[in-house]
Every structure is written in structure tokens, then in C-alpha cells.
Design a binder for this molecule. Structure first.
Ligand code: FAD
Length: 436
């Protein structure tokens, strides 16, 4: 059965960008509907790093106390080589240099916990609707208003997991449906792909409750690398491992067999060798999903009636774990620039272009830094040319430890951090409201 309905803003996708945008627009009094194809927010191996800029935003939104109560791991320093004492990113030092930075650490929290918290806060607003198990399958279009020819996006087509379908018309559609965005494809917006030399295979190694505290650590050897991410969730403690290999190497890795893969992981992480070698832990390659790493961005983020933000506008490399935070910052900027035109029902392409203008610099700078890390560190390691980070970088960090505050700033705060608009702020604790 097909039903047609109407709202002011449709947000496609309930990831970090979509849920934050929904929450903020609802706090501005805009009627907003978020459509999410999954039944819940539960997804394994997603971006789980919440950086100081996002922690600050949670504070501004009056949600920090709730967030802080979630099971989490806090990271203040990232060592470059285990046991070397050389710190690559030092958030603690950054906090001392910037006393206004209220939360100088990275919180590792399951993405589903963060999204559930944000969606619960959004549901407190009468103009917010979240429809789960609802997949957007295409866009509705009508004659353009701003140009003599062409088409304007006027809403979306959706279907539910139980076979329902319908159309939802809106003044604006915001594509927050991630790096394989359906809405973007339907609008014929094509991202420009940048070269990436590696893919990532994800796995988990269980940790005993009494195991000593692990640290976030890159381990670089000739031809191979892993990043160890210590996790603490409601289900207990474990290590999330990102195994890095050459781009397109999935078939070759599988052809070598799961035993060879277990041995690789054990050699890279001798302290956890027994766990890595156990056939009960990495049972098959089904326990090791591969992430096809992409670095891309749209030359134009909008069409009349449609805006792309977050991964839909720019897929980020996992280097620095900045994906969630950039997506959230895009959403804050979009909400600030679009709330008034949406409320007054006068959104024009110029408003959408203003969002792109605001968020292009942080995207381009962050991607350029990620490309440098790919070229100078990861590509030589994965090609087997070197077995560690560049010596000059190690020497510089050893001699001038304060340099570690620079990557901490770039990753933790970022270029052009966004603060919550005044109308979206709430005092700490439940129930506080601030007039618009
Ligand atoms: C395996 C993995 C590990 C990562 N690790 C990190 C990390 O440690 N730190 C970090 O910051 N970033 C990390 N990232 C990147 C980070 O997860 C993303 O950058 C971030 O989630 C982007 O947010 P988003 O809201 O733009 O898109 P997404 O998080 O991709 O959200 C898109 C949402 O849209 C929904 N959706 C998709 N299509 C449709 C449709 N047609 N209709 C309705 N809904 C739809 C999806 O179900 C999803 O909920 C990782 C990504 C992956 C894949």
C-alpha cells in the first residue's frame, strides 16, 4: 500500500549525522522525521570514538551527564611505539594548554549507546519522529523553482521491513545515509574518490576482567600493522583490533587460510598470542569483517531540495577515528544554518551551499592529513619497506614532547569545531529548557 505524507525536513539515515541533526532541528521547533532502515542502532565494528569536540557538544546540549554514565574507556595519550615512551597524541597536555577544553580525552563508547542516548533526547521534542525499519528507496522530484529547467527534490520513497511502502514529502531532504548513500545516488551526485593504500579487517580478542589495562596502540611491522583499541561495554572488556593490509587484499588473505591469519595476529600481539591462536576466538573469516576503506568527497553537496552531510558527503579514512565527529559537526552546522529557513519554510539552494562552504575546510584539511599519514606511514609499512613509523618523526617527538599536543588538537578538536546554537542548549541534568 502506498501512502503520501508530509513533513518539513526528512533526514535519511539514523547514524551520528542524522540523529544529531534530527535532535537539533526538533529543538528549534522544526518538524523533522528521521528514517532509519535498521530496526535499532545495534551494529558491530562502527566508529566508536567520541572526541573532545563532541563531548563539548553533549555538554552544551545538557546530555553530558547521561553520556558519562555509559560504560566507556577514556584515552588521554596514544603511544607511537609500545614501551618507547614516545607519545603521538597527548590530550592530557592539550587540556593543560587549553584550559577551556572541558573534556580532554577520547571516550570509546559503542556507537549504538551514543545514538540511543541522542534519539531518546530527541524523542522528548514534540516535533521529532524516528521511524526505524524504514528504508529510503528513492527520491520524489518536481519542477525546479530556482532555475528555469531541472528538477527539485520534494521528498522520499520508503519501504518498511514488513512490506509497507509510501512517500514522504518535505521542504528539504537531508541525506545522512552514509558512504553508500541511496539518496545521493538517486540525486546523481557522484563523489570524487581519493587513493587509499589499505583496507581494514576487524576482529575482537576477549580480555579477562582482571587483565591489566590495555592502551590504544598502533603496532607496525614490515608488511603488516594492527591498531589495538581497548573497549569496555555493558558486555564486558575486550580488545577491538584493526588489522591493516594492502588495498584489495581480502581474497589473498582468505586464500592463506584462517590459521595463517591467527598466526599473523599472534606475532603482532605476542602478549595476546594464546587468545589470538585459539580456534574458539577467530573461528573463521566470518569473525573478521573487512572494511573497504574509502576517502572521498562530493564536489557539490546539494541539489535543490536535497543536502548531503556526514559520510554521504565525505567518506573518511579510519586514521584518527574522526568520522563520527566530523559527521556530528556537519549536523550542528547544518542545523544552525537551516533551522530558521526551515521554520519559515523558505529554504533555498543558497542556504544549502552555505552549509557546504562552512564544512568544506575541515573536510579537506582532515582528508589531506589522513592522506599524508597513508603515504608517509602506512604505505611504506604495508609495502614492507620499513617496520615502524618514520625515524625523523620519532626523533622529533622524543626531543619536543609538546609536539604531541598538535595531533591531539587536530584529532580531538579539529578544524573549525562547531558549538551548539543557543536555542539547542539545555542546562545539565534532566528537564532543563532554554527558550529559542
Ligand atoms: C567498521 C568501521 C569502523 C569505523 N571506526 C571509526 C572510529 O573508530 N571512529 C570514528 O570516528 N569513525 C569511525 N568510522 C567511521 C564512522 O562510523 C562514520 O564516519 C560515521 O558513522 C558517519 O556517520 P554518518 O551518520 O554520516 O553515517 P553512518 O554512520 O554510516 O550512518 C548512516 C545510517 O543511515 C542508515 N541508512 C543507510 N541507507 C539507508 C536508507 N536507504 N534508508 C534509511 N536509512 C539508511 C544506516 O543504517 C545508518 O544507520 C568507522 C566506520 C566503519 C564502517
Amino acid at each position: 500500500m502506498t501512502r503520501a505524507e508530509r513533513t518539513t525536513c526528512v533526514v535519511v539515515g539514523g547514524g551520528p549525522a542524522g540523529v544529531v541533526l534530527g535532535l537539533l532541528l526538533a529543538r528549534a521547533g522544526v518538524e523533522v522525521t528521521v528514517l532509519e532502515k535498521h530496526a535499532d542502532f545495534h551494529r558491530d565494528f562502527r566508529g566508536d570514538t567520541v572526541h573532545p569536540s563532541t563531548l563539548q557538544l553533549l555538554d552544551d546540549l545538557g546530555l553530558f551527564e547521561r553520556f558519562d554514565a555509559l560504560p566507556q574507556t577514556r584515552l588521554q595519550r596514544v603511544e607511537l611505539v609500545e614501551g618507547s615512551g614516545v607519545v603521538a597524541a597527548d590530550l592530557e597536555r592539550l587540556g593543560r594548554l587549553l584550559p577551556g577544553l572541558r573534556h580532554p580525552y577520547i571516550a570509546l563508547v559503542p556507537q549504538w549507546d551514543l545514538l540511543t542516548l541522542l534519539a531518546d533526547a530527541a524523542r522528548e521534542e514534540p516535533s521529532f519522529t524516528l521511524r526505524t525499519s524504514t528504508e529510503v528507496t528513492g527520491l520524489l522530484t518536481g519542477p525546479a523553482r530556482e532555475t528555469p529547467t531541472g528538477r527539485r527534490v520534494t521528498g522520499v520513497r520508503w519501504r518498511t521491513s514488513d512490506g509497507g511502502s509510501g512517500e514522504l514529502e518535505a521542504d528539504l531532504v537531508v541525506a545522512c545515509d552514509g558512504r553508500w548513500s541511496t539518496a545521493r545516488r538517486s540525486a546523481e551526485l557522484v563523489p570524487r574518490e581519493l587513493e587509499v593504500p589499505f583496507d581494514v579487517w576487524w576482529l575482537r580478542l576477549p580480555l579477562a576482567e582482571d587483565a591489566r589495562d590495555a592502551r590504544l596502540l598502533p603496532v607496525l611491522r614490515r608488511g603488516r600493522a594492527v591498531v589495538v583499541i581497548p573497549r569496555r561495554t555493558a558486555e564486558g572488556r575486550y580488545l577491538q583490533i584493526a588489522y591493516l593490509g594492502p588495498k584489495g587484499g581480502d581474497a589473498a588473505l582468505r586464500a592463506r587460510g584462517v590459521e595463517a591469519f591467527r598466526r599473523d595476529v599472534a606475532e603482532l600481539l605476542p602478549e595476546h598470542a594464546a587468545t589470538a591462536l585459539s580456534p574458539d576466538v577467530i573461528r573463521s573469516f566470518d569473525d573478521v569483517p573487512v572494511l573497504d576503506v574509502r576517502l572521498s568527497r562530493l564536489p557539490t553537496w546539494h541539489r535543490e531540495g536535497l543536502l548531503c552531510i556526514g559520510d554521504a558527503a565525505h567518506a573518511m579514512s579510519p586514521v584518527g577515528g574522526v568520522g563520527i565527529n566530523l559527521a556530528v559537526q556537519d549536523a550542528v552546522a547544518a542545523a544552525r544554518l537551516l533551522a530558521a529557513p526551515l521554520r519559515e519554510r523558505r529554504v533555498r539552494r543558497a542556504h544549502l551551499a552555505a552549509v557546504q562552504r562552512r564544512r568544506t575546510l575541515p573536510t579537506v584539511v582532515t582528508q589531506a592529513l589522513q592522506q599524508q599519514a597513508h603515504r608517509r606511514v602506512l604505505a611504506p609499512v604495508l609495502a614492507g619497506a620499513v617496520g615502524g613509523p618514520p625515524r625523523p618523526v620519532l626523533a622529533a617527538l622524543r626531543r619536543f614532547p609538546w609536539l604531541a599536543a598538535v595531533p591531539a588538537y587536530v584529532v580531538g578538536v579539529g578544524v573549525r569545531p562547531e558549538r551548539a546554537p543557543r536555542w539547542a542548549r539545555r542546562p545539565a541534568g534532566p528537564g532543563g529548557r532554554v527558550s529559542r
